[in-house]
Design a protein around this ligand. Sequence first.
Ligand code: KG4
Ligand code: ZN
Length: 351
Amino acid sequence: MRILGIETSCDETGAAIVEDGKKILSNVVASSQSLHIKSGGIIPEVAAREQIKCMLPVIEEALESCHHDSNHSSVDALAVTVGPGLIGSLLVGVETARTLAYLWGKPIIPINHLTAHLYANWLGTRRATNKNTKNHELPEFPAVGLIVSGGHTDLVLMRDHGKIKWLGGTRDDAAGEAFDKIARLLGLPYPGGPAIAAQAAKAEESRIKNQELRIRLPRPMINEDTFDFSFSGLKTAVLREINHLKAIKQFSNLAICKLVYEVQEAITDVLVVKTIRAAQKYKVGAILLGGGVIANQRLREKFMIHNLHFIIHLPPPVLCTDNAAVVASFAYFNYHPQPWSKIEALPDLHF
Ligand code: KG4
Ligand code: ZN
């Protein structure tokens, strides 16, 4: 079965065709990121206007790179992200998908963006095990899933496709949002995650991490017996540190490098420790990772170092950030078409 997925929950416009939930036939993503760099963050109105312009060309390109023309006859169904996300952006994808479903007479499946991120693990996962030598190609249930993006930080227990229990999430800023906001405080460009990761790698190369590190940031909620997170205090701690360094006239490039390194260490420590603790508590065999922050190399490394018992599924970075292939894959494994007239944008959708 071939499903055409459509994704417009944030600033990306994506269309992809996936066969039987596992094989990507095409995956096109247009991003308006360059426009947001100037403003230091996403302006929803600007993102939605760009999406209106590129939605149809992106779908055409997805069809063309799959069939060599823009024929849709081999597409069996459509799937579209209905939420959570920015209302203006969601509406672009939802209205386009509804119209195409009606025109083409095809089934349409509404998709939750959060769960969709985990389906990157059915598309191109690189399995990583330390002790466990079982040879599973695709994820097996039960599994614990960590979704970390610009808007969300959530831990879930997946007993099967469609059987998801939410274990906890952030009480304030998402992990990606913390990267983005802290980067802004330090004068680094948007999006902050990749910018902080690049600076932190420099710190690593120059062995700054081995020098005496006077900068030590908190690991919020790391020892609390819940699966909730909180990252806004980290941002405040960084601001305090910046003010202190400025006051003692030591706010240098070296200090920024050290701070950035420590920010990445703090965020990744919390994510890894709490995810592994959830996997232990619920006695699952596998951990599934998804969302833009999973593109972070240090986070990926730490999951490998700290994991002793679980099969860790690490999607390639290109499938971690927003894309429509995960939407189509999710739809195949959770095939519940709805009448096109009932499909609507749900910006506050949860699990
Ligand atoms: O999943 P995603 O593409 O969009 C949302 O649904 O939000 O995630 C975007 C987030 C941004 O906050 C960005 O800073 C973060 O993912 N991100 C990273 C990295 N690449 C993207 N964070 C840390 N390290 C990275 N390499
Ligand atoms: Zn996302």
